[in-house]
Ligand binder design. Structure first.
Ligand code: SF4
Length: 126
């Protein structure tokens, strides 16, 4: 039986296509970034922690996964508010207690983001 390596949570944004695992939040804007992930990449990713501590339904997240010499690392996290359409520069304000726009997270959202990612992937040329 397979076990997840220690520290690797089942991320709601990870998905599988033909036996390969991908991150639906990955931003691919250069040839040094990837959306295919391996367990060590996800083990160092802070998205699960961000969502646990700041679970707002209006927060849009992105990650930049760099690949250098065969090693993948999560280089950057991006967060924006879908209501104000602004980058979130201080995520500590994203709580029910401190933000008037806070809404609870939508449990269906990750599945919708994965669907979008799969469609983008089908159109990608690199
Ligand atoms: S890199 Fe982070 S957000 Fe992406 S699938 Fe892995 S754990 Fe999830």
């Amino acid at each position: 039986m397979n076990h997840l390596p220690e520290g690797v949570a089942v991320c709601p944004f990870r998905y599988i296509v033909r036996g390969r695992t991908f991150c639906a939040l990955a931003i691919r804007e250069s040839r040094f970034t990837v959306d295919e992930v391996i367990p060590s990449t996800c083990a160092e990713c802070s998205v699960a922690e961000i969502l646990r501590e700041h679970p707002c339904g209006r927060m849009a997240l992105g990650v930049e996964i760099g690949v250098y010499g065969g090693r993948q690392t999560v280089e950057m996290y991006y967060a924006s508010c879908e209501l104000t359409v602004e980058r979130i520069l201080d995520i500590s304000d994203c709580t029910e207690a401190s933000c008037p726009f806070w809404v609870p997270p939508d449990p269906e959202r990750a599945a919708a983001i994965i669907e979008e990612a799969k469609q983008r992937q089908g159109k990608r040329t690199f």
